[in-house]
Design a protein around this ligand. Sequence first.
Ligand SMILES: Cc1cc2nc3c(=O)[nH]c(=O)nc-3n(C[C@H](O)[C@H](O)[C@H](O)COP(=O)(O)OP(=O)(O)OC[C@H]3O[C@@H](n4cnc5c(N)ncnc54)[C@H](O)[C@@H]3O)c2cc1C
Length: 432
Amino acid sequence: MQSLIEQVQAALGGNVGLALGYFLVAVLSCQLGLMAWSTLTRLRHEHQQQKLDRERLALLVRAAKYRYQEAQEVVQGWNGYRKFTVAQKSLECEDVYSFYLVPHDRKSLPPFKPGQYLTFNLEVPGRDKPVVRCYSLSDSPTRSDCYRVTIKREPAPADKPGVPPGVASGFFADHVKEGDLLNVKAPTGHFYLDLSKNTPICLLAGGVGLTPMLSMAKAVAESGSRREVWLFFGCRSSAEHMLREDLDALRRHDNIRVFVCYSRPGKASVRGEDYDHEGRVTVELLKEKLPSNNYEFFMCGNGAFMKTLNDGLEAWGVPEKDIHYEAFGPATVKKKTTPAVAATTTGPACKVVFAKSGKEVEWSPTQANLLDFALEQGLRIESGCRAGSCGVCSVAIKSGSVDYVKTPDAAPEGGSCLTCICRPKGDLVLDA
Ligand SMILES: Cc1cc2nc3c(=O)[nH]c(=O)nc-3n(C[C@H](O)[C@H](O)[C@H](O)COP(=O)(O)OP(=O)(O)OC[C@H]3O[C@@H](n4cnc5c(N)ncnc54)[C@H](O)[C@@H]3O)c2cc1C
C-alpha cells in the first residue's frame, strides 16, 4: 500500500493534495450529475403521471356526464318517438293481445307511474297518414326489461255495423308481429296511482279498461306495500276474461281483494273458480263488499260503465275528489255528467262554426271540450291521447280563441288548438 502511494506520488510529481482535489471534484460532479439525472427523471415521471391523471379525470368527467345523461333519460323519458321491438305477442282472450316491447337501442327504460299510457305512431297499410293511438301500460312499473300494452280489437259500433272496424286495434291484432319495430312516445298521463300514499283504493275496471287498473294493483303488490286494494273487474264471460294469470297472482296478497264479475257466465264457467260474482260491477255490489265508502276510487271502462258507477258513487256520498277515471276514446267517453265536466261547466254560451263542414252550432257551457262537441255533431276529428299530449286532434282556428281545460303537454302550432282539451272563449270558427 505504502509503495502504491509512493508510486502515485512519484507519478504526480509528489502533488498528492492536487490529485485528491481532482478526485473529489470528479466524485462531486458524478454525484451532482446523478442528482440532476434523477431529478429530471422524477420530473419527467411526475409530468407523465400528471398527464395520466388529467386524462383519467377527463375520462371520469365524460363517464359521469354520460351517466347523468342516461339517468336524466331514465327519469324523464325521451323526446318524440323512439323505436321499440315487439319482443312478444300473446293472445290474452278473444280479440285481446298483449305486446311486450323492448327499446331497439337497448338503452334503459324510464320507469312510469301505474295508470300511464304510451302513444304509438303507426304506419298502417292503406293509410296515407300515420295513425296515432294511446295504450295504457298494463304491467307493473317495477318491471324494467320491457313495457307491456294490452289491446282489444275494436269492432264497428253495434248501431253502425256498416262502418269500418277500428284501424289501430285491428292493425295490432292482424299485422303487428314479434320482431316488428314500432314508434313509441315516452309514458305519460295524469291518471295514475300515487305510490307514496297509503290510502285504501278501489279499482273498477270494465273490459279492456282493466289495463291501467292491473298496473296499479300490481305496483302495490310488487312494492311490498300493505295498502288495502280492492279490484273489481267486469266482463261478459270467460271469453273476455283477459290477463287471468295476473289477476289470479294478485289474489295471493292478503291486502288485495280481486272480484271478477261475469255478466253472462254461461254454463261452462264455475263460480269460485272462473269468476267471483254473476252480474255487472255496480255500486250495490261495492256496498255489499266494501266495509265503507271511504276509498279512493279509480275507474276505467266504457261510457255506460263509468257513468253508472260515477253517479252511484256520488249518490253514496263519495266526494268528487276521490273519484278518478280514464276514458279510452270517443266511442267510450261519457260527457256532461263525468267528474271532469262537472269541474268545467263554466264559460259563455256561444256559437261554434265548423267551416269545412258548414255547420254552425250553439256551444253550451256544459260541454267538456271541442273534440267531444264536434263528434256529437257527427264530425269526425282524428284524436289520439285525448289529454293534450299527442297533438292529433289539432285544428286550425279561423277566428276567435279558446281556453284550455288543462295545460297542453306540447304547445299546439300557432293558430291551432288541441280540441280534446279546449273550449271556446266566445264565438269561434274552426277549420274542420
Ligand atoms: C289514454 C288512453 C289509454 C288507452 N288504453 C287502451 C288500452 O290499454 N287498451 C285498448 O285496447 N285501448 C286503449 N285505448 C283506446 C285506444 O287508444 C283506441 O282508441 C282503440 O284501440 C280504438 O282505436 P282504433 O284505431 O282501433 O279505432 P278507430 O279507427 O279510432 O275507430 C273507433 C271506433 O269508431 C268506429 N268508426 C269507424 N268509422 C266510423 C264512422 N264513420 N262513424 C262512426 N264510427 C266509426 C270504429 O268501428 C270503432 O268502433 C286507450 C285510449 C286512451 C285515450
